[in-house]
Design a protein around this ligand. Structure first.
Ligand SMILES: Cc1cc2nc3c(=O)[nH]c(=O)nc-3n(C[C@H](O)[C@H](O)[C@H](O)COP(=O)(O)OP(=O)(O)OC[C@H]3O[C@@H](n4cnc5c(N)ncnc54)[C@H](O)[C@@H]3O)c2cc1C
Length: 325
């Protein structure tokens, strides 16, 4: 088995490229090889993707008990794969599911675990993993014990995807595990299904914060988003106060977005909010306080009252749209 194993299941999740990049760099630092492990049915295109990011092996473990992505079966399969292959590190993109699986895997193996990992280095044989902590306010560096594989969950918005300098054609292997004794302790009765476009996929987001002052002013955010051909987002207080639906929330406890353009209106730039938009290519901030933290992240800033600026921006964006051929 590879020295560093990037694991996944179900569909190809956002952040998989970043996780493979993290894994490849870690494998290089350890002087070893990167491999990918898919539990359950392999998603289309995974072999090309794994090779593009430098994996030399692609293992699949396709027991029917893994089809429902139940955490008990996933943990059991991973425990067996790790015991058989003895990788030095097992790496996950930090998805909701991985948050359930990774700590339990570490518990079962008696192995060290770091969540929110953003970087890993090896010095004098010691693995040091940097993790984002306190909602991104600070970084913590962990020296990882050598017992068992290091289990790492990657905060993928803080990592840049970089394809391997020379792509590989991974060797495909089918692994086996005995999951007959596994019974899922949590049964999913109904999965929440989001309808319509998702903030995570939006190329342009206009997000409003408490600086809007009143619920009805959120309409200005929606109008500007529409004029830009994008989606409307919000900071958490607007969701907490019931101004907008939770599906709009950007941030640590909301949606992690990565648009080309993020317009933050009346948003202070708290680290928990920035965790959901800092990876945007261009951030534009509108805030009446010239010292607001959001301006540290913004490429363009407008200092002023958003209730005066927004109508002018909406007009200009609509005119521009109409003028487009
Ligand atoms: C565990 C935890 C998780 C969290 N998760 C999230 C999360 O996922 N997402 C999130 O957003 N927050 C989250 N928060 C809350 C976060 O810490 C901030 O409190 C929140 O982001 C602040 O929202 P805001 O910027 O809209 O409001 P404020 O901090 O109140 O900022 C309002 C801003 O508007 C400006 N303003 C006021 N009036 C105007 C005007 N007329 N024109 C222009 N500007 C004006 C002000 O100068 C100020 O900068 C979390 C907090 C915790 C503890």
């Amino acid at each position: 088995m590879a020295d560093v194993l990037v694991c996944g299941w179900g569909e190809l999740v956002r952040g998989i490229e970043e996780t493979l990049t993290f894994g490849r760099k870690l494998a290089f630092a350890l002087g070893g090889k990167l491999g990918a492990l898919v539990l359950g049915e392999a998603p289309k295109g995974i072999s090309d993707l794994a090779g593009h990011y430098g994996a030399t092996t692609l293992d699949t473990l396709s027991d029917p008990r893994l089809a429902g992505n139940g955490a008990d079966a996933l943990v059991d399969a991973l425990v067996q794969a790790c015991r058989a292959g003895a990788p030095r590190a097992v790496v996950f993109p930090q998805t909701f599911d991985a948050r359930l699986v990774a700590p339990r895997l570490a518990g079962r193996l008696g192995a060290p675990i770091v969540m929110n990992a953003i970087n890993a280095e090896v010095e004098g044989g010691i693995l040091r993993v940097t993790a984002s902590a306190y909602g991104g306010d600070t970084h913590a560096v962990y020296e990882v014990a050598k017992e068992g594989p290091a289990i790492l969950a990657v905060a993928t918005t803080a990592v840049r995807a970089e394809p391997a300098p020379s792509p590989t054609a991974p060797t495909l292997r089918e692994l086996a595990a005995n999951l007959s004794g596994v019974s899922e302790r949590i049964r999913i009765i109904e999965a929440a299904s989001a309808k319509g476009p998702r903030l995570e996929d939006a190329g342009i987001i206009v997000a409003g914060g408490r600086g809007l002052g009143a619920r009805e002013h959120f309409a200005l955010i929606e109008q500007l988003a529409e004029a830009f051909g994008g989606m409307a987002g919000a900071s958490r207080p607007l969701v907490d106060d019931g101004w907008v639906d939770a599906s709009r929330q950007v941030g640590l406890t909301g949606h992690i977005t990565r648009p080309a353009l993020y317009v933050a209106v009346g948003i202070s730039g708290a680290s928990q909010h920035m965790a959901g938009c800092a990876a945007a290519k261009t951030i534009v901030a509108i805030n009446k306080d010239a010292d607001a933290a959001i301006f540290k992240h913004a490429r363009y800033g407008i200092i002023g009252n958003c209730l005066e600026i927004l109508p002018a921006l909406i007009r200009a964006a609509r005119e521009r749209r109409q003028a487009e051929p």
